[in-house]
Design a protein around this ligand. Structure first.
Ligand SMILES: Cc1cc2nc3c(=O)[nH]c(=O)nc-3n(C[C@H](O)[C@H](O)[C@H](O)COP(=O)(O)O)c2cc1C
Length: 253
């Protein structure tokens, strides 16, 4: 049975699963694969020749500390951030950061969100326009496989663990470090080249803690179908079984 939330109703989508905006990655091939699989694929403005104008907000996506990209400076994980935001926000909310399977979807809905937004998990799909070497790195890295960089500059970013991001962390440990000390390692051009060539020595790549839950490279349709099936099984089997009336103790005649 499908999940109906305010977000599936508003967007007219089958499943409450959204592909996050991702520079260099959120192109037509990935976005259409996600949308054709019943989710919402997002064409990322910065992948377009002229970025698309914001005219108001109907839905908000909240990123927890676990996320790839910019988790902010407060380090609040989704388990706290999502319900805290749900208490304050009236418009429908997507939970983002650390989501990759049906367990996460059920948790997000329980925490007050109306769907999930995923970035890293969609990078490890057949349709993602990313070199297979990088997709393999998402599988190899576990939940410890990311680094926070740019803390010194109050512009914290979470990237995948690699020799290059190890080196960025090492250089930024110096309290006097400036952006110039790491510029050539973290440039957007270098990151784009890394995604295209699969040469991990070229730069850094965005990746979240959810790498610890990534073990394969499915198509977007396989991934979304699996997430929905897992979520349904959790509700219909696992949780339903916990809600059975307690068994009566055997009567002794
Ligand atoms: C490869 C990649 C590129 C991203 N690029 C952007 C971006 O250009 N702008 C942005 O706001 N967020 C960007 N993000 C963040 C995602 O939109 C999303 O918020 C985040 O990935 C969610 O966390 P998760 O990776 O744990 O699913 C990017 C994430 C990844 C993995």
């Amino acid at each position: 049975m499908p999940f109906h939330t305010r977000i599936t109703e508003m967007l007219g989508i089958e499943h409450p699963i959204v592909q996050g905006g991702m520079q260099s990655v959120g192109v037509a091939e990935l976005a259409s694969a996600v949308s054709n699989a019943g989710g919402l694929g997002i064409l990322t403005a910065l992948t377009q020749p002229t970025p698309a104008e914001r005219k108001g907000v109907d839905i908000i996506s909240i990123d927890g500390f676990e996320c790839a990209g910019h988790p902010g400076e407060d380090d609040i994980p989704g388990l706290i951030l999502i319900p805290a935001a749900a208490d304050k926000v009236k418009i429908p909310m997507l939970a983002s950061g650390g989501f990759g399977d049906g367990r996460g979807l059920v948790a997000a809905l329980s925490l007050g969100a109306e769907g999930i937004n995923m970035g890293t998990r969609f990078c490890a799909t057949v349709e993602a326009p990313i070199h297979p070497n990088v997709k393999q790195k998402y599988i190899e890295n576990d939940e410890r496989g990311s680094h926070l960089i740019f803390r010194n500059f109050h512009n914290t970013a979470r990237v995948g663990k690699s020799d290059v991001s190890d080196e960025v962390v090492r250089r930024l440990k110096n309290p006097d470090a400036t952006f110039e000390d790491v510029r050539e390692l973290v440039s957007g051009v270098a990151g784009k080249e890394l995604l295209e060539t699969g040469d991990l020595s070229k730069g850094v790549f965005w990746a979240g803690m959810v790498q610890g839950l990534i073990h394969d490279i499915p198509t977007c349709a396989q991934l979304i179908d699996r997430i929905i099936a897992e979520a349904e099984a959790i509700l219909d089997d696992r949780l339903a079984a916990m809600r059975r009336p307690a068994q009566q103790p055997a009567r002794v005649a």
